[in-house]
Design a protein around this ligand. Sequence first.
Ligand SMILES: C[S@@+](CC[C@H](N)C(=O)[O-])C[C@H]1O[C@@H](n2cnc3c(N)ncnc32)[C@H](O)[C@@H]1O
Length: 215
Amino acid sequence: MSCCQCQGFESMFDRKKAAKELKKYRKEGPIKTTRTLIDALKAEGVSEMTLLDIGGGVGAIQHELLNSGVSKCINAEAAQAYIETAKEESKRQNHADSITHFHGNFVDEATDIPQCDIVTLDRVICCYHDLEVLVELSSEHARRLYGLVYPRDTWWVKFGTALGNLYRRVQRNPFRTFVHPTEVVESILRGKGFEQQFYLDVGIWQVVVYGRPHQ
Ligand SMILES: C[S@@+](CC[C@H](N)C(=O)[O-])C[C@H]1O[C@@H](n2cnc3c(N)ncnc32)[C@H](O)[C@@H]1O
């Protein structure tokens, strides 16, 4: 993968982390923020829609929405360990035929990935340095709904993030997290014709669903 940040994905999101998250998901289901996003999308109506889940992790959103009527999913994921783990779980849930996996940085792969009705980025924007490009390209892939979980841009979330990044710098870990400005995200999405349909603060996170009027 081309960018410096992307090179950190493989070490940050490795087999050990993926296995731990899969075990937790199997035991407890999606975490609170993911569950909130799933419920908000379901409230908009997802039957027969297609889903592009960028940075899908172990695949929680894909499985829950396939169980709720979504017809097909694409998982565009930068970490190989998460792709392997997501494939394993999709076989266990009998969803293997309904999910296509793309390994790589979505920004690099975007032209090869088809548009879908729904696009989700659950705790993904905070892993990527170039907010504008990621939000522009991903929102262009969404025909109807665009769902996000990303950090609130408050001073205390920025302070905690700076401490985390300092720790990683000392550890010589190239991975960084980002608290991007909410107003930039909103302005890009408004410019692409989306309107906010749902919003909830959950601790350090904001869970948001945007909708594009029927075309
Ligand atoms: C914190 S994890 C979240 C995983 C999952 N969405 C969840 O909430 O459990 C962030 C994931 O996004 C992926 N990711 C970040 N930026 C990406 C990009 N530009 N293209 C594809 N995947 C990306 C990472 O590889 C990682 O698996």
